[in-house]
Design a protein around this ligand. Structure first.
Ligand SMILES: Nc1ncnc2c1ncn2[C@@H]1O[C@H](COP(=O)(O)OP(=O)(O)O)[C@@H](O)[C@H]1O
Ligand SMILES: O=P(O)(O)OC[C@H](O)CO
Length: 488
């Protein structure tokens, strides 16, 4: 009898393996941090082999206590940091370069080259995306141009979902799902297939590309060597932000969520048609389950929780990210300090790959409490930038915000977010929303769950508590800081 679903949540900061039972409760969770490498300013890379090994290690730790039986697992779902690009040799199984992480700006020059060809509008129409180093296409181009490659015909490309499935199946299955493919700049969001014109423009050979599959459905079986001699089906691949949207039960048009992980991602379900933004939001595939397709409008923030990680690891302000909450509430305000965390440029709605981070308003009275508070507040201001544009693009008022992701356990952040948006913020008691989405989708594929099983859980509410005038004043200061950062 099958009792469990396992979700692998391969994020930018860590890899997690999570075991869910039939009631969608978390039975066990195992997590390993992932090393980021910063070879040059604005570049971010990870060792692809370590991503795979951390996944393998999390799976084996999940079963280490001996109480969970591998043969009781109905299926595995994989959700992953999107856009991050791996190119490897299919004969050796070895990556030809480190994985280029979604945040990395190392392809800014290549992007400039393509911008000069005047293709931006056409690319936007076909992909719903903007021409930016964020997406996979120019990262593949960079690897093809910069790495010495002996056997180009043996190269395979994959986002992290593809890489993990290829490894888990011992090189038998080379696939990606439609949500991940929609983040490459190579898939046409109307046909849901690789677009020959885009491949030609970006110079990406079609034989490197994985097959595009549904978000929910069995794509292959984990090689028994990696799963205690049990052939377990891999039944879902899904980008982590789309997965959180599914986990948050945003199944209807007009329902959305905001995730605060390494980056910040606001996604709104737009139904079975893509809506092209006029102001820098992205159109993306939310999921495809057989003949059911859902699209989303997305605002992507490059630096959100990773700003707190930088205060922790780079500036050594505190030992644990959760200490940031106490520090922030130890003072009543930031005393005029503003942080614009453009470490790798700014994403939506600015799409500025050249600017870099800045701190304003320092005085002799500034200390780590003000800086920590300013860091958390910047996460909320960036989300407000997106909400305003989303309301205009959709011609609809957003009445409340569902939040999740690692940093949403910070109650100061949630309260400040509600204050600055002047709408309620709902934090679900389920901490692993991203993994829940993948577990649900993997369970659907093997008839472990049905859609009727998916309900909203209990939430904690944060209600606006500031007067409108003070909110306006703070937000105007933020806009001034962003403008000054972009001028520098
Ligand atoms: N209590 C907290 N307050 C603020 N930030 C936090 C807190 N806990 C975690 N974070 C931040 O959230 C991020 C991790 O969130 P997570 O959703 O696990 O990210 P990812 O999916 O990108 O790996 C880290 O960047 C960390 O600094
Ligand atoms: O690692 P996360 O959870 O911040 O998500 C990364 C996104 O998928 C990048 O688009």
């Amino acid at each position: 009898m099958k009792k469990y679903i396992i979700a692998i949540d391969q994020g930018t900061t860590s890899t997690r393996a999570i075991c869910f039972d039939q009631n969608q409760n978390v039975i066990r969770i195992v997590q390993e941090e992932i090393q980021n490498v910063f070879p040059q300013p604005g570049w971010v890379e990870q060792d692809a082999q370590s991503i795979w090994l951390s996944t393998l290690s999390c799976i084996s730790q999940l079963f280490a206590p001996g109480d969970l039986k591998p043969e009781e697992v109905a299926s595995i779902g994989i959700t992953n940091q999107r856009e991050t690009t791996v190119v490897w040799n299919k004969k050796t199984g070895m990556p030809v370069h480190r994985a280029i992480v979604w945040q990395s700006r190392q392809t800014a020059d290549i992007v400039e080259r393509f911008k000069k060809q005047g293709l931006e509008e056409k690319i936007h129409e076909k992909t719903g995306l903007v021409l930016d180093p964020y997406f996979s296409a120019t990262k593949i181009r960079w690897i093809l141009e910069e790495c010495s490659i002996e056997d180009p015909e043996d190269l395979l490309f994959g986002t992290v979902d593809t890489w993990l499935v290829w490894k888990m199946t011992n090189g038998k299955v080379h696939v990606t799902d439609v949500t991940n493919a929609s983040r490459t700049l190579l898939m046409n969001i109307h046909t849901l297939d690789w677009d020959p014109e885009l491949l030609a423009w970006f110079g990406v050979p079609s034989n490197m590309l994985p097959m595009i599959v549904d978000t929910s459905g069995v794509v292959g079986y984990v090689d028994p060597v990696y799963f205690f001699n049990t052939p377990c089906p891999i039944a879902c691949l899904v980008g982590d932000q789309q997965s959180a949207l599914f986990g948050q039960s945003c199944f209807q048009k007009g329902e959305g969520k905001n995730t605060y992980g390494t980056g910040g991602f606001l996604l709104m379900n737009t139904g079975n048609q893509p809506i092209l933004s006029k102001q820098g939001l992205l159109s993306t595939v939310a999921w495809k389950i057989q003949d059911q397709i859902a699209y989303a409008l997305e605002g992507s923030i490059f630096v959100s929780g990773s700003l707190i990680q930088w205060l922790r690891d780079g500036l050594k302000f505190f030992k644990s990210a959760k200490d940031s909450e106490q520090l922030a509430t130890d003072v009543d305000s930031c005393n005029g300090v503003m942080i614009v965390p453009a470490f790798t440029g700014l994403g939506a709605p600015y799409w500025d790959d050249q600017c870099r981070g800045a701190i304003f308003g320092l005085t002799r009275g500034t200390d780590i409490r003000h800086l920590t508070r300013a860091a958390l507040e910047s996460m909320a201001y960036q989300s407000k930038d997106l909400i305003q544009i989303m309301e205009e693009d959709l011609n609809q008022k957003i009445e409340y915000l569902k939040v999740d992701g690692g940093a949403s356990s910070n109650r100061f952040l949630n309260q400040f977010q509600s204050d600055i948006l002047e709408i309620p913020v709902y934090k679900n008691e389920m901490l692993e929303m991203t993994a829940l989405g993948a577990a649900r989708l993997a369970g659907l594929a093997v008839d472990f769950f049905t859609m009727n099983d998916f309900k909203d859980g209990e939430t904690e509410q944060f209600l606006p508590s500031r007067d409108h005038e003070s909110v306006e004043k703070l937000y105007a200061q933020w806009k001034k800081a962003v403008a000054a950062t972009r001028m520098y």
